[in-house]
Design a protein around this ligand. Structure first.
Ligand code: CA
Length: 224
């Protein structure tokens, strides 16, 4: 899925140029030419990143930044015409992720967008429950810091259950999402792999991570 970027910039030539370039890179974009409209769009929460001009009609870029930050931690890159220290300081205080001074080279803007988007992901890269941590980027699993060695299938099953922590997932859903096309017809595959996981986690660390909900499926819950 492509990232959605909101461009809040009253200089329409710049806004159109940036929109065109971001389109080439595969991003989906929306434009706003004043602060008020920009804020309204930002508050829908549908954007992965916001490019925000400092000097805007109706509501200044700084004010838009402050109001977005009341409710959202979406990455925001400020576009400023002046490379003034004051702008930078007050913007960073208000929670801007980064700055770029106009006129900028599009390659530099693209690089900063990539960086800001990468930084905003890590929280979701590591999933956890009851002392267990699963790092989706490194594909590692630890319990209270101690590494657990899992096969690919065990990892994928644990990943799916953790991603849906607190929800009871049926065997059918697990087969569909974890086994997918590889699934060769053994309906008890899920139970077998849950047993493997319990053997490597619950039995070793004396925990109860994966719960069976009779007749329904499995669920991972945080231990209270
Ligand atoms: Ca402006």
């Amino acid at each position: 899925m492509s990232s959605k970027i909101l461009i809040i910039e009253d200089e329409e030539k710049i806004a159109r140029f940036v929109e065109l370039e971001l389109g080439y890179e595969g991003y989906t974009t929306k434009k706003a030419f004043d602060g008020r409209t920009g804020l309204e769009l930002a508050e829908t929460g549908e954007f992965d990143l916001i490019l925000l001009d400092v000097m805007l009609p109706q509501l200044s870029g700084m004010e838009v930044l402050r109001r977005i930050r009341r409710t959202s931690s979406v990455p925001i890159i400020m576009l400023t015409a002046r490379d003034s220290v004051m702008d930078k300081v007050s913007g960073l205080d208000s929670g801007a992720s980064d700055y770029i001074t106009k006129p900028f080279a599009i390659e530099e803007l693209l690089a900063r967008i990539r960086t800001a988007l990468r930084k905003s992901i890590p929280e979701e890269l590591v999933l956890s429950a009851s002392g267990l941590q699963l790092d989706t980027g490194r594909r590692t699993v630890t319990m209270m810091g101690i590494p657990i060695d899992l096969t690919k299938r065990e990892f994928d099953l644990l990943h799916y259950l953790l991603k849906n922590k607190g929800l009871v997932i049926s065997r059918e859903t697990l087969l569909e999402n974890v086994w997918g096309f590889d699934f060769s017809g053994e309906t008890n595959a899920v139970d077998v792999y849950v047993r493997f996981l319990r053997g490597k986690i619950d039995e070793v660390f004396d925990t109860k991570l994966i719960h069976t909900v009779r007749g329904v499926g499995y669920v991972i819950k945080d231990e209270k």
